[in-house]
Design a protein around this ligand. Sequence first.
Ligand SMILES: Nc1ncnc2c1ncn2[C@@H]1O[C@H](COP(=O)(O)OP(=O)(O)OP(=O)(O)O)[C@@H](O)[C@H]1O
Ligand SMILES: [Mg+2]
Length: 368
Amino acid sequence: MSVPMDAPLTVLGIESSCDETAAAVVRLDSAGPRVLSDVVLGQAAQHAPYKGVVPEIAARAHVEGVDAVIGAAMRDAGLGYADLDAVAATAGPGLIGGVMVGLLAGKAIALAHDKPLLAVNHLEAHALSPRLAEGGAQFPYLLLLASGGHCQFIAVLGVGDYRRLGSTIDDALGEAFDKVAKLLDLGFPGGPLVEQAAKSGDPKRFALPRPLAGRDGCDFSFAGLKTACAREIERLGAPSAQDRSDLCASFQAAVLDILEDRTERAMRLFDPLWGARGRLVAAGGVAANQAIRGLLENLAERNGYDFVAPPMRWCTDNAAMVALAGAERLRLGMVDGLDAPARPRWPLDEAAARLRPSHRPGRKGAKA
Ligand SMILES: Nc1ncnc2c1ncn2[C@@H]1O[C@H](COP(=O)(O)OP(=O)(O)OP(=O)(O)O)[C@@H](O)[C@H]1O
Ligand SMILES: [Mg+2]
């Protein structure tokens, strides 16, 4: 049963798939989504000594934080549970211990207050997150989803209708950023630190590879680039601050070249099927990178596309995108039972997963 298009829907979203415990309330009506509250409790300090996310520490921190985070989101929104139309929680893909914590909390609230449950795919939440941006992103659009666990081009045709055009055949882009930061001892999480260091570096100093650039299709590969960085660091021995900045700048320059080549090829696949004047949309943590946003904006303009990306705080993990995905699914009557499973792996486009078993769809892998 679907809900009338213009009926306002108020949904609590819960996110706990990696190292952020988050809750948010979103109201969706005919004017679009409005974020009524948005609370994120990060765990970076707990994982920093290990220079990566430790699943057991993450799961425990979610258990300790989830009730307070949900309480804060409800308070900030000025609502009680009775005011909600539904509860949405990330059900995967992700670190299974953490996913179970948020999903169980969502199920408990749904059961206790007799509300429908939406078991949301975290990748779908990222994919729809640009619709939280000013003006929103209208379907269909070409999505570059670049995060800690994924790097994919997806044709987003509507809620629940996703076609994967290309994917990384090895590492995710965020994983590569994190690995370079770890090798250079920059700190954790690595992406923003590499971006910062690159600003004062020479992007031409190190000749790094651009894997798959120039090849057909729009798959990615970052393992070779990561290894090339590791070799340069080995050669340097004890890198100086300038060496570090130069390597970050050279790494980011290689990433920009790869993204330029791959994105133009993805547009050539997208155009004939879903319209010549398209929308290019970026989501996932790596979409917070200003140099990458700038490149994509230029590319879009050059190719007759509009460019949309969510505000930075909705690029990395958050619950506003989970609440929005839940509200969009609720409107279409796509609700889930209280027996919905927590899924460590969950590709957005199941057909593509079957077609291309060598790829790692829906995987939240071991972090750098
Ligand atoms: N400014 C930045 N430049 C490059 N990378 C960044 C930047 N900010 C964040 N990242 C990267 O984004 C990733 C985190 O994004 P996100 O929270 O979406 O990923 P995730 O939830 O861990 O993975 P997934 O969504 O695939 O399951 C990290 O790898 C981080 O280094
Ligand atoms: Mg994410």
